[in-house]
Every structure is written in C-alpha cells, then in structure tokens.
Design a protein around this ligand. Sequence first.
Ligand SMILES: [Zn+2]
Length: 636
Amino acid sequence: MALRPDIEEKIIKMLPEEAKVTRIEFEGPHVTVYSINPGYIMNNSELIKMLAKELKKHIIIKGDEKARAPKEEVEKVIRKMITDGGNEVDKVYFNDQLGDVYIFLRKPQVIKGLDKAILSQTGWRPVIVSTALDMSKGLPRDDIDAVNNVDMLMSKERAEFLKSIGLRIHRLPVYKNEYVKVTCLGACFEVGRSALLIETSESRVLLDAGVKPSGGMDEAPFFDVIDVDNLDAVVISHAHLDHIGMLPYLYKYGYKGPVYMTEPTKYLMEILLTDYIDLSSERGYSYYGLSELASSLYHSITVDYGDVTDISPDIKLTLYDAGHEIGSALSHLHIGNGLYNIVYTGDFKYGPSRLLNPAHSIFKRVELLIMESTYGGKDDVQKPREEAEAELIQLINKTIENGGKVLIPVFSTGRAQEILFLLNDSMQVGKLAKAPIYVDGMVLQTLNVHLMFPDYLNNNVKELIYDGVNPFISEYVKPVERARNPDKRQEQVMDILQGPPSIILAPHGMLNGGPAMDYFVHMADDAKNSLIFVSYQGEGTLGRRLIQGERKVNLKYYDQDITVNVNMNVFHEPGFSGHSDRKQLMNYVGRIEPKPHKVMLVHGEPGKLMNLALSIELKYKIDTVMLNHLETIRLV
Ligand SMILES: [Zn+2]
C-alpha cells in the first residue's frame, strides 16, 4: 500500500524545490517528510506551519539516508553540543530505519533549540530521552532500561509497524459519519476494570483496559465483545492497575494495533505490570506474561499533553493533564470533523496538590463528559489540603513522641510520591519530628519517572528538579529492597520494627496484600503504633474494613490463616486523594468549558453515582446517564 496520493501531491506542491524532498511516509499518526536538505525546511518554520495547517496533520521533517552524516562524527558533534549546553550524554543510539538518533541525557533538561541545529548539521533527527541518572544514584533503573530497550532492539520491526499503522489511520473513510456510540465494558456502577468502547461508522477506539484486582471472577472487563482485528486504537488514561492491568491481555488475544498514552505513563506501566505479573504468578495464575507486556510497550505511541493526534480516519485524540498522578490524562476525542466531541476524565483531581496541577477544564468543544465518580457520594467531602497535611503531621508527631511507629499504606505511584515529598519538606522546615522514613516496594522505581519528566509536575517541583534538587530524598529516607525469601523478609521487617520510632511507606494502598502487609501483622497489636490510610479504600478491602471499625481481622498470610487483633490507632485522611471529591466533581461539571450536553458517570459505587447524577441534573440541568455493563448509548 502506498501513501495517500492526495496527501503526497499536496506536500510536493507546497514545498519549494530547495527542500529536496525524496519521499513522504506515514509514521504512526504523523506524516514524515524525508529531505536531502532538512535544515532548509527546519529553518523556514512557516513552511511546516503551512503544511500542518493545510493538511491538518502533524508533520515531522527528517533527513534522507543521503543527508545523514557518518555516525561516529555525529556522535562527536552531539556530545560536544550537549556538553557545551551544560548537560551530560549517557549514551547515543542510532535508528537507521527511522533516521532518528536517541540521545540519553543524564539530567532531565530539555535541550531547547539544539534539536533544530542537530538535524540541520547532521541529517539525523534527535529524540531526547532523559535517564536522570545522576540524580537517582542508588535508585533502581532496570525498568527505565527495559522500556528503552524494547524500542531499540525492535527498531526495524517498529518502523514497519508505524508505517502500517499510519496507512490505517489515514485510510480514506469508507462510511459517512452516521453514528457515535459508547459501550461500557467495565467500571460501570463499580470502581475497577475501566474500559469503554467508542464506535463510529468508521472506527472503534477503546478507552482504558483495567483490571479489578479484588474482583474475584469479575477481574476483567467484558472484552469478549471486542473484535481485535477491527479495533483502531486503545487509549490509556494513566498507569494504575484498574486502567492498564488488562492491556497486555488484548495483545495476547491478537490485537496488533497502537496504544496511546503519555511518556511517563509508559514507564510507570512497565514497572507496575512487571510487578503485577510477578504477583499473579506467585498466586498461581496470570492472564499474561512478560512477552505480552513487551508487546504492549512495543505497540505504544506516546503523545504530549495538548498535541492533536489522528488515531483513526475520523477520530482525533488530544490528552490533557488530569492532575491524578504523573502523566495522567483526560482524553478529548474529536469525532467526524465537527460531528461530536467526548471528554473522558479517567481518574482526575480538580484541585491543587503538592506535585501536580489541577485537571484541565477548557476545551474547544465538549458534547459528552464521561466522568469518574469515585468520591461522588454526598458525604465524600474531603478536608482542604492544608488541613489534611497539618493533621497528618500532627498524627505522626504524636505517635513518634509516644515511641510508636507509623505505617502509611500507599499505591506505588501517586500518593506515595505526594506523601514522601510532604514528609521530606515538613522535616526540613522543622514541622515534623526527625525520624527514619522507610520506603518499601516499588515506590523508588516509580520515583525515577518523576525525576525524568519534571515537565509533567507543577512549576514548584519542576523548578526544584531542574535546579538539581531531588525533593523526594534526604538522609532520613531509607529505601528498603524487599527480600524475596520469606524468612529473610521477616528478619528485614523485624529489624525495622525493633528499631527507633519511624515512618513506613509501603504498598498496597488498600492493605490488600503487598509489602505493607508484612509490617501491619507485626504492628497491629501495639497501641502505640498508628496506621494512616491516605487514599480511597475499595469495597471489601482490608483497608475499608479497618476504617469501618473492624478490630479483629482474619487473614491469609503466607498461605496461613491468621487472626490479627488491631490495637494500633487507625486513621483515614482522604484529603490526600488523587481523586476529586464530591465538591470538586460538581465544580468540574459547572466550570468545564464549554458546557457539555450530556454527562455520563462511571467509576463509582452505585449509591454514589446515583446521588451525584441527581445533583448534576438538579443544579446544572444537564442530562446525566449511567450505563450498566454491556449497555450502549447512541449519541448521534
Ligand atoms: Zn488512578
């Protein structure tokens, strides 16, 4: 199959002869123009703007094979340019198929302006990858290497994949825009296994592919209704298991298409799913293995906030900051050239936090808002952030003064970094008693992703990281690398618990297993200790039972049935949540621009959803719907 002749013709006509265009190709959602004189086009930026405007496509300029200087020479030029710019090069990797040169930087700095210079001078298009190496000394980086390796080792196949996806995306539509439908495949009247299918007469897009870890038989979304051969794209809102956990499963069952997400989400996904595969095989069953995870990474196409991306002939995707965790995104779908617009929030926070910006709320058009409702109940009002912070600090201080220890169950990404940042900061300014902060589980791996992508954090934290400060680590922060051997693990935990008063951050955030469990079973009995939950506690989880007052709990621990008497203090501080509370959800519907015609509520418990829907209809007079699983709503 060749490139669409109409597009090719337009480009050739619009570019002057000096541009020396040799060929034009689709690479995934982008149109790539190869030239013997790429510097000429790059230095006439109005040419690229004009092309993009005329074609309504994202245009990339690259050097033709004949324009590319020898690699050793190019590497020298690049190393000198970058070093002169005050950064350090970790390694340089050339992708012959795509004409890209990957430059791995030791500091998370952007090399503003240098990309144009590198392409003009060398004929190779630079792709900057931050490894944040010098800031994360002692922190694990295997996962970062794993993600980068998938791209590099498979570069030839990946170039072919991008080409075939490009042809599919830019195919001439066969059908006129006749309808837009949404079908709920998961997270309807429940929290967990998020999955929504968007269908038009021309294309099909899946939003999220989550798992419900505590769901028993209902762990997976209703994927059986998807025809993987006809699926155009998967879009992932953020890297939490209930939004990504079933993505590799799609590849296992034959999906060969692209999955779109932000760059931080791609790295976090590798870390979380590697661990998920480990845990599931320990438990004796797994839906997929490492090769399906590698396949998911290989098929992923990362997009920045605000970039408009063609993902099918009639759907354009734009991701915006969702404020929920690093890289989390709201998905805006522009369907059928002005026919219909959907905003899907994924998980989002419409309020300030220590690390992130509040969720984006201004769009060109929105007809349907699909909104998560985790804290949609009428009593789900969180304390203001400052109040929650002051209370948390006070609780920890009191426990430490009394000679106790504090256990804070956290998810590996999101709350963990938020709390670590807060504790570090409070210790430095003298508000929090100085005590060791033990950080267990994958919190440190996911921390690396924060150092690599400061642009995805709020200005305050971004500037600190660009200034070379690692705001998550201090002399008090003690990484704990979880011992695999159960006896060694017990020894490791007892060492910490027999030591001086301390603070322990460990997953899982709902205390449904994970490293936190090892501390909990030994700490629970002692009334001097405190257990502080800082996030949403799902129905049926141990966390939920404890905050509801259960003080004698039966557990399965290392294959044994045990009973734990809980004498420690149990607190719940939902004010740290990465989700919007009831007030923020209502505010979002009221303030999102323009006002949507319809709201669909997902990702919430039934009672909360229904109450929130009623309030939205009463206050804003917007038609508000909720679907059952496998129910479809036709919008156009
Ligand atoms: Zn989430």
